[in-house]
Design a protein around this ligand. Structure first.
Ligand SMILES: [Fe+2]
Length: 263
């Protein structure tokens, strides 16, 4: 683990996101062009598949089902539908995926609203971040997570505590837990994870992600509690979580919120 000097190179990005969010929050006509093209999503899916192959990370069968196959898949795969397993490509609703975005696969999860049917208390994801891509600052009310660098470049994760009103605490030092080591860093420090290293993210701890320039795209693992991405992300500044999509070509894979009901 290495600690980068306290600095805020992403302040411009955060300010841009805040400005963008403020502008569009009351203007539905502006929201309408903040979309991802299906062709962008397809390219992102193929790129993450290639990265998984490169890092010898093998995916479960449901990750390679085609949209046509999903039309005929029955209720034996309801767990994939109900727990939103599978592909999750997001531009956080900002329409600029290469600058603000992330590709994810939920490999396993429970369902907090159906605990009797899906009692699994843990979740596992893969995350893929390209050079130049930023995954925005957020915390989780319920979920604790470990983020693990599974291969590729180095990831930089900036951490802040939150205040009782849930805003960012720019002053108080942050206690960090990384691979069995506990230590303290100034608020806003970017922690660097090289392949194999991991960080524990507690509830209410703000964190964002970017790739260390020049090191290449990174494949991350996430091990966490059962997770609901519809309700357990507090972004600061506010952004969306799932993209609006324009269909400019057929889908290569369905995303985790697009599966048809069992026939
Ligand atoms: Fe997170």
């Amino acid at each position: 683990m290495r600690v980068k000097n306290k600095s805020e190179p992403n302040d411009k990005m955060v300010l841009l996101i805040r400005l963008f969010s403020d502008i569009i929050s009351e203007k539905d006509d502006l929201r309408s062009w903040l979309y991802m093209k299906r062709s962008e999503i397809n390219a992102a899916l193929r790129e993450m598949e290639a990265m998984c192959r490169k890092e010898h990370c093998y995916l479960p069968p449901f990750c390679s089902f085609t949209p046509n196959q999903w039309e005929n898949i029955g209720c034996e795969y309801d767990e994939v539908r109900d727990c939103m397993l599978g592909w999750d490509i997001t531009d956080y609703g900002l329409g600029d995926f290469n600058k603000v975005g992330m590709s994810l696969i939920t490999i396993r999860n429970g369902n907090r609203s159906m605990p009797d049917k899906y009692p699994k208390v843990y979740a596992e994801k893969l995350l893929y971040l390209k050079e130049g891509q930023y995954s925005p600052n957020h915390f989780h009310w319920n979920k604790t997570e470990d983020i693990i660098n599974r291969g590729g470049g180095n990831v930089l994760i900036r951490v802040f505590n939150s205040l009782p009103d849930e805003s960012i605490d720019h002053e108080k030092d942050v206690t960090v837990h990384m691979d069995g080591r506990t230590f303290t860093v100034p608020a806003g420090t970017q922690l660097k994870l090289t392949p194999g290293e991991s960080i524990h993210i507690q509830q209410f701890l703000y964190h964002d992600f970017e790739v260390e320039p020049g090191t290449g795209a990174v494949l991350l693992g996430e091990v966490s509690q059962c997770n609901d991405d519809n309700t357990d992300n507090r972004f600061e500044p506010p952004v969306g979580r799932f993209p609006a999509i324009v269909e400019d070509e057929p889908p290569y894979r369905l995303l985790c919120n697009e599966y048809p009901k069992a026939s």
